[in-house]
Write a protein that binds this ligand. Sequence first.
Ligand SMILES: N[C@@H](CCC(=O)N[C@@H](CS)C(=O)NCC(=O)O)C(=O)O
Length: 347
Amino acid sequence: MLNSVKRGFTRSAGIAIAALAAGFIAAAPAQAGPTLDKIKERGVIKVGVGSQAGFFAPDANGRWQGFFVDFGRALAITVFNDPDKVEFTNSSPQQRLPALQAGQFDILLSAVTQTITRAFKLNFHFGPVVFYDGQGILVKKSLGVTKAAELDGATIGVQSGTTGEQNIADFFKKTGKTYKSVVIEDTATFTQALTSGRVDALTQDGTDLGLRRAALPNPDEYVLLPERLSKEPLAPAVLGGDDRWLEIVNWTVYATIQAEEFGITSQNVDTFLTSDDPAIKRFLGVDPSLGQAIGLDPKFAYNIIKKVGNYGEIFERNLGKSTKIGFERGLNNLWTQGGLIYSPPFR
Ligand SMILES: N[C@@H](CCC(=O)N[C@@H](CS)C(=O)NCC(=O)O)C(=O)O
């Protein structure tokens, strides 16, 4: 009798301890990690950005808008369920990498190219590529050049601290032609160098040049040459050593992509709440088991989609055909549509 009572007690205590432990393991990760702790204490995520309208720029009311900005807002939703608990600070390409290293930012959402040197030498970890870009060259139409290979002896403006600085050197080594580089740090003077005639051409990420061209009063007088000199996979960058923070970044971006794969938008997300599809139930938190298991708000993906939208909406709103920027999706289309945008499973 005593024995069976004792056994019973031991078993239920064992179950309770196991349940507690499981609960602890499930709940702990969202709190763990120095970056997230710091962010929660501060009450805001610090994000380093550039200043190109379409990617990142304050609007007339001083509120930051843009493709990369929207991923910052999505991140603030994952962490705080509030798209405004995020502080965007413009930092030049030259300064933003050391600033991330020094802990002045929690993340760069500033069109940073993922490279092996930045991973190993700077100790950066990269989230999912949010934009597949390539380096371009912008010239004045009056120069009469129609392809990059025709440039010989040209003076070319490069933005300091960028991958473009190195790529252009590689390009001219390959073509065997000569060029003179003018290294410019300040973003505003970068465009002016071309419009004032100080340089014959500018080289930078193709989209950056496209955005600069679109912002000029006379865009038709400038040509973005057709070649792309490099691969520029643009990804969120965080400092290495905090896996938990990196995973929060990863799955925040993936949530926007997975929503597009499911056909879930900010407009129709509520109609999916009654879906019988178990994957959609898990994704939107109708079935809270996934969120509980990973220690995030089970509705984090729902909240992101409702307030910011899916990847395609973010792209279209800021850069797409309905904007004056008018970018094609191209490589930035879903993998099911011939692009490279792909989410791992939410399970
Ligand atoms: N992807 C390149 C270039 C990044 C870059 O310079 N991006 C542009 C924006 S698209 C920029 O930050 N320009 C300066 C600014 O916007 O303040 C790199 O990682 O080195």
